[in-house]
Design a binder for this molecule. Structure first.
Ligand code: FE2
Ligand code: FE2
Length: 519
């Protein structure tokens, strides 16, 4: 076995896993270790429930649906010749085939998530919530699809938009495709139904993007409504249905249902955010308003910390936007990142006047404890004020596991000058972490660091700012602080360039030109 700290070879890593011999045994153990079986079980359960909801054993034609009801274009198709009633064995075979088909599609979605974006796959509870929502969507769609309402589009669009907000547009389109297929099976097994459901839900999902205003969802609904009306008409013509008032009515009805889905989603948005713990840009904009009680308190108790936070916010937002991360989240996170300092504002550098330094009366370990405490205090305050989890995460991660260098060095110096003094316990001088877990958290950490460091520059010329930003970024990178953030080196360089630009703009007004005698 290799010594700890050294990189192990592949065979050593395999040996350390203590796997059973044989390919199949190893695969089985690996599946169990990664909790894949639980996820497969959930998918199977969801397929069984969806199969039961759509009455997989009972073909729609026998339920009398296709004769008078849910035909996409509206006008009823000619009633087909009714075949003989299927035997119990045929029903069982059909139900099994439908359930297996749904299960396979869910597993394929899972494989997509495994390799492209983890989304709900990362957490089995989230996966359970997602599959439950999918089941509820199928149930409501089935119930709403009866004539004359034919409103199966509404639950599907609501489900799709929820998934797009929470997990992104790609996954939403994929999941809506699966549910559209399930619903097409449940209704009249028409290709037109499938195309309509997939087309309209994909339109809504792909147009969603970032929600910065309440009207966005209504616009998405209106646009999807237009597409729904056009698709219904087009599919009706393709399906050889007469282009009469009936087809027009069906087109108008489907268009209006899509618009209604947009309005409904506007009302459901806060619940979706709470259920999945996500933050839309709309909520972020509301949260970043300076009239927020916590920010007002920060302005009152620690005005310099507030100014620092606002500058960090603008530097961080531009840097995050430059790499395609969520700049708005970084800006709002920056506003709140140091709220913990408001409990003891006088102990932090930016709030100390020239005349007093409260740390003079304290031992370095105590000073460090007070400084480090602003992380926990900040997170506690954020929880008390019901700030969303992504903001609390930014508060907790903005110093990662870095060291309070100034007081650690002071303590080390005291130890050197007095060997009989207490040993310096390095852990007392470290922030508790965790390290930044997202690109946004990494950007916030860097923006916070460079903003604080730039204050110490006597003559902040662009060249000095550039070398300072590079130095701070290198220190954090080599300290391993960005290891868990998913940030690439190329992105780090882009962030550095953006921060140099922002800081140069901040200090531009303060630069002294050669012919100026006073600043
Ligand atoms: Fe801080
Ligand atoms: Fe800060």
């Amino acid at each position: 076995m290799a010594a700890s700290g050294q990189k192990r070879t592949r065979s050593e890593r395999v040996a350390a896993l203590d796997l059973a011999p044989g390919q199949w045994e190893r695969a089985w153990v690996s599946l169990r270790r990664r909790d894949v079986l639980g996820r497969i079980g959930l998918a199977l359960l969801a397929a069984l429930i969806m199969g039961a909801l759509i009455r997989a054993w009972d073909p729609p034609a026998r339920q009398g649906l296709s004769a008078d009801g849910p035909n996409v274009g509206g006008p009823a198709a000619e009633s087909p010749e009714v075949p003989a009633a299927p035997t119990a064995r045929q029903r069982l075979m059909r139900a099994a085939a439908v359930v297996v088909m749904i299960f396979v599609m869910l597993v394929l979605c899972g494989i997509y998530m495994r390799y492209r974006q983890h989304g709900p796959l990362a957490d089995i509870t989230q996966l359970g919530v997602m599959l439950t929502l999918a089941g509820i969507t199928v149930a409501i769609s089935r119930w709403a699809s009866v004539a004359p309402w034919r409103a199966e589009l509404v639950p599907l669009m609501l489900f799709g938009m929820t998934m797009a907000i929470v997990y992104g547009q790609e996954l939403a389109v994929l999941l809506c495709g699966v549910l559209a297929l399930v619903l097409a099976l449940a209704l009249e097994q028409s290709l037109c139904t499938l195309v309509l459901l997939m087309g309209v839900s994909a339109t809504a999902n792909l147009n969603l993007g970032r929600i910065r205003s309440r009207s966005k969802l209504i616009y998405v609904g209106l646009f999807s409504g237009g597409v729904a009306a056009l698709l219904t008409t087009g599919l009706g013509i393709v399906d050889n249905q007469p282009t009469d008032a009936e087809l027009l009515r069906a087109a108008t009805r489907n268009g209006l249902w899509a618009v209604a889905a947009g309005f409904l989603m506007t009302g459901l948005l806060p619940f979706v955010e709470r259920l999945f713990g996500v933050l839309t840009d709309l909520s972020l904009l509301e949260l970043g308003d300076v009239s927020h009680p916590l920010l007002q308190e920060l302005v009152r108790r620690a005005p310099s910390t507030y100014n620092h936070s606002v500058t960090v916010g603008s530097i961080g937002e531009a840097a995050a936007d430059s790499i395609g991360a969520r700049g708005l989240l970084v800006r709002v996170g920056a506003y709140f990142h140091d709220i913990g300092k408001m409990l003891k504002p006088g102990y932090y550098a930016e709030n100390q006047g020239a005349e007093e330094n409260r740390h003079e009366a304290l031992v370095p370990a105590m000073s460090s404890l007070i400084i480090v405490a602003h992380i926990k205090d900040g997170a506690d305050l954020a929880r008390q004020h019901h700030l969303p989890q992504p903001i609390i995460d930014l508060i907790e991660q903005h110093h990662g596991t870095t060291r309070v260098g100034f007081f650690y060095e002071r303590a080390s110096e005291q130890k050197r000058s007095d060997p009989n003094g207490a040993d310096v316990d390095e852990s007392t001088y470290r922030y508790p972490g965790p390290k930044p877990q997202t690109k946004e958290a990494a950007v916030l950490m860097l923006a916070d660091n460079v903003e604080s460091a730039s204050r110490t520059l006597v003559d902040p010329t662009p060249a000095r700012i550039e070398s300072l930003v590079r130095e701070v970024a290198e220190r954090r990178l080599h300290g391993g602080e960005f290891d868990e953030s998913g940030l690439t080196l190329r992105e780090l360089r882009t962030i550095e360039r953006s921060m140099v630009k922002s800081l140069t703009a901040v200090y531009h007004g303060r630069l002294k030109y050669p012919d100026q005698r006073t600043a």
